[in-house]
Ligand binder design. Structure first.
Ligand SMILES: Cc1cc2nc3c(=O)[nH]c(=O)nc-3n(C[C@H](O)[C@H](O)[C@H](O)COP(=O)(O)OP(=O)(O)OC[C@H]3O[C@@H](n4cnc5c(N)ncnc54)[C@H](O)[C@@H]3O)c2cc1C
Length: 506
């Protein structure tokens, strides 16, 4: 645990920062600090106080962010970038305390370029708010996570986020064209595809945009971003089908993803445990007969005539495999509620059937289509072992969701219900072990530990060097070169070892 900063240091930090940001934007109250201490991923309640920042700042511009970062370097105090605070791998958690840089005030739309189809925004804006304005121009910024209303553009950059309709429009890395950012030493740089703000493909120089996305705030703070816009779709197709057999549903999701339908935006497979969980605990779910063992959903977006034709083909593919269409009400309603289904915490049932205030943790990975059944079996076995030992965990089932338009790899998630209030050191250690085992299975099958959230949390993070091999050494070298004082979100991704004298990561 990192020590609380002495009051006199906090005072000096405030004195150095407030004249530039304004006193109202430098916060030291308990409320301001505690409300930025955690993210929705469950963590033992008795340990929450370990990760509270000493100071919160609300910069309003790139220059103000740079000022804060320079001050942090001068004092050797950790800095943690935070946007919506919805990240599920603890990226925005101030594990070493220090200064949380909350970028939500930078939420302006600076430009909408109707001809080149771009928007330039402050990173504190949500996709929901941006799209309300873009809709007036018939446009959309189609980064569409389940956290759509509450995650913000800066966090999407920090995590290199995954979008529910990414098989049609791409994910955050494809949709963010360029951004201004403040490096860990307080310099202001611009990164994109080459040097142009609105360029989607350049071969000039290193592809730095990708380096500065998904780093979980360890390499700097993005401030203003230029985003790629699409015409707002004239039509949406969404269909849910029920299956009496997981294997047939698995075939169907693969067939839908591989069909080459231009409007195809994604297909998702819910396994038997997920169907059981929905039946048991999700009040919004319309219960299906016990014979239903798996569900598949497929969606399409685009111009009306194209969506209609693509939808007909998807219906035919599913029908030919024996799928039962669940009807328009469920299909359209369930898809429409995709951003609302994960309210946390939610109620749930423990293994002994007791109704409890359960939080939800999703363990995610990128898995190839061919390995989904085996990974599904092995992950459930790990969670089953965990829940048999400890009545504070529950298996809320799995889903696998296409990441691309060819169906090569799937964002694969197992949702674990956790009675967070009851987490103690023993159950937390057991959970961390389970996370490590889950990550090990993903690597065994040639997958990646995370398709969506990042892999910084206890347990999974131990396996990142194994996943990346020599690439992890490059990460260490980059971190050391760009952040000589290790102030930018220290402790994440095990990057402290970049500063070990021996330089030995194992
Ligand atoms: C209900 C729910 C559903 C979710 N569904 C999805 C989903 O479908 N797809 C998906 O990808 N994720 C999903 N997530 C996870 C989360 O929403 C994403 O990781 C999101 O990208 C985080 O954005 P944020 O604004 O909340 O970022 P934060 O949580 O504030 O930060 C995330 C990371 O980015 C860093 N960061 C924040 N701002 C900046 C910045 N300006 N510059 C550099 N780094 C920065 C932080 O330090 C942290 O490491 C879900 C989460 C919840 C709670």
């Amino acid at each position: 645990m990192t020590a609380v900063l002495e009051a006199s240091i906090v005072e000096q930090l405030v004195a150095a920062i407030a004249p530039v940001l304004g006193e109202a934007n430098v916060l030291t109250s308990k409320t301001a600090r505690y409300s930025r201490a955690r993210v929705p991923a469950p963590f033992p309640v008795h340990r929450w106080a370990e990760r509270v920042p000493d100071l919160v700042v609300l910069p309003g511009s790139t220059e103000e962010v740079a000022h804060v970062v320079r001050v942090a370097n001068e004092f050797g105090v950790p800095i943690v970038p935070r946007d919506g605070g919805t990240g599920l791998t603890d990226g925005a958690v101030p594990e070493r305390r220090g200064i949380v840089v909350d970028v939500k005030r930078m939420n302006l739309i600076h430009e909408i370029d109707l001809e080149n189809r771009t928007a330039t925004v402050g990173v504190g804006i949500s996709m929901l708010k941006l799209n309300e304005v873009l809709a007036q121009h018939g446009l959309i910024y189609p980064d569409n996570p389940a956290s759509y209303p509450c995650s913000l553009v800066g966090g999407r950059i920090g995590t290199s986020g995954w979008s529910l309709i990414g098989s049609r429009y791409g994910h955050s890395r494809d949709l963010v064209l360029s951004f201004d950012m403040v490096t860990p030493t307080g310099d202001i740089i611009f990164v994109g595809d080459g040097g142009g703000r609105k360029i989607s493909k350049s071969s000039s120089g290193y592809q730095l945009k990708h380096l500065f996305m998904g780093h979980q705030g360890t390499l700097g703070i993005a401030t203003t971003a230029t985003l790629k816009l699409y015409p707002k779709a004239e039509a949406e197709f969404s269909a849910f089908w029920a299956f009496d057999d997981y294997d047939v549903a698995y075939k169907a999701v693969g067939a839908l993803a591989r069909a080459g339908i231009a409007t195809f935006a994604g297909a998702v497979l819910f396994d038997e445990k997920k169907v059981e969980y929905l039946r048991r605990d999700d009040e919004a779910y319309i219960p299906q007969p016990e014979s239903v063992k798996a569900l598949v959903c497929s969606v399409g977006y685009g111009n009306s005539d194209e969506v209609a034709a693509g939808g007909r083909r998807m219906m035919r593919i599913a029908r030919d495999l024996g799928a039962r269409y669940m009807g328009d009400e469920i299909s359209q309603g369930d898809w429409a509620s995709r951003h609302d289904r994960y309210a946390t915490p939610v109620h749930g049932r423990t293994l002994s059937g007791q109704v409890a205030l359960m939080s939800w943790h999703c363990e995610d990975a990128a898995i190839n289509y061919t390995d989904l059944p085996a990974v599904t079996r092995e992950w459930h076995a790990i969670v089953e072992k965990l829940r048999r030992k400890h009545d504070v965990f529950d298996d809320w089932g799995m889903f696998a969701y296409t990441s691309s338009d060819t169906g090569v790899d799937y964002l694969t998630e197992i949702d674990i219900g956790i009675w967070e209030e009851k987490l103690d050191d023993t159950t937390w250690a057991a959970f961390v072990d389970a996370k490590r085992e889950i990550a090990a299975v993903s690597l065994k099958y040639g997958g990646s530990i995370s398709a969506c959230h990042g892999s910084c949390r206890e347990g999974e993070v131990d396996l990142v060097p194994q996943e990346l091999g020599g690439g992890y050494d490059v990460m260490l070298a980059v971190k050391r070169a760009l952040d000589p004082n290790n102030i930018m979100n220290p402790g994440k991704y095990g990057l402290d070892r970049a500063y070990d004298n021996e330089g030995d990561r194992r």
